[in-house]
Design a protein around this ligand. Structure first.
Ligand code: PLP
Length: 232
């Protein structure tokens, strides 16, 4: 694996995708997803200039974060159980996967104790797959009520939305999912103008270019940078 070469290719593809639709590539943050990879690999990516890293398990992240430079922005991208909210409040700089008011409340409580403000994204299940976490896209009333409740929390701040597209053979098939998230953001901005809905976290190795064309501001990429997982 040539990390530098992989990274350069991914960055070129991000720029090309943004330019295809007239977007400024600097609007798109590359979050390098490092789950299963050891701290040495993350440090190598850091040396190449990356500062945004994503993990999907709290315990695994805790071990790595303690071994890596402090100027890294750590993104929690995986499902977060409410009972791990305290540890997450210690470790992460932003949480992409808030999928219940209960979790938001617990994060708020632990962030208040730590005197910190946590940026969060609301995870949305756009595709409706039962295997996926997130607020169901179709239930706007439920989502609206959840947002209203979260606005009362002083130590979590909603900054946008996140979704995971279904696994498909052709990335074009994921486009309606990404478009659905963008349209939801438009509806929520109209209903909750007091929230700055700046982020759409969408797009992974197999579909990030389509996600950028549809407005992604954060792409979460693992394999295209670090190679396949679980082969060492
Ligand atoms: C693993 C993971 C990614 C990255 O997936 P790749 O296919 O390796 O790019 C992105 N988002 C979440 C939530 C993940 O768990």
């Amino acid at each position: 694996m040539n990390l530098g070469e992989n990274l350069r290719r991914v960055q070129e593809r991000i720029v090309a995708a943004a330019e295809r639709v007239g977007r400024d590539p600097s609007e798109v943050t590359l979050v390098a997803v490092t789950k299963t990879h050891p701290p040495e690999i993350i440090r190598a990516a850091y040396e190449l200039g990356l500062r945004d890293f994503g993990e999907n398990r709290v315990e695994e992240a805790a071990d790595k974060i303690s071994k890596l430079p402090e100027d890294i922005t750590w993104h929690m991208v995986g499902h977060l159980q409410s009972r791990k909210a305290a540890l997450a409040a210690d470790l992460f700089d932003i949480i992409h996967s808030v999928d219940s008011v209960k979790l938001a409340r617990r994060l708020d409580r632990f962030c208040a104790e730590r005197n910190r403000l946590m940026p969060v994204l609301l995870e949305i299940n756009v595709s409706g797959e039962v295997s996926k976490y997130g607020f169901p896209l179709a239930d706007r009333d439920m989502l609206g009520a959840a947002v209203a409740e979260m606005l009362a929390l002083s130590h979590v701040r909603i900054e946008g939305l996140m979704t995971m597209a279904p696994i498909v053979s052709d990335p074009e098939e994921a486009r309606p999912v990404f478009r659905g998230l963008r349209e939801l953001r438009e509806a929520l901005s109209a209903r909750f103008p007091q929230v700055e809905w700046r982020h759409l976290s969408m797009g992974m190795t197999d579909d990030f270019e389509v996600a950028i064309e549809e407005g992604a501001t954060m792409v979460r990429i693992g394999r295209a940078i670090f190679g396949p997982r679980g082969t060492g």
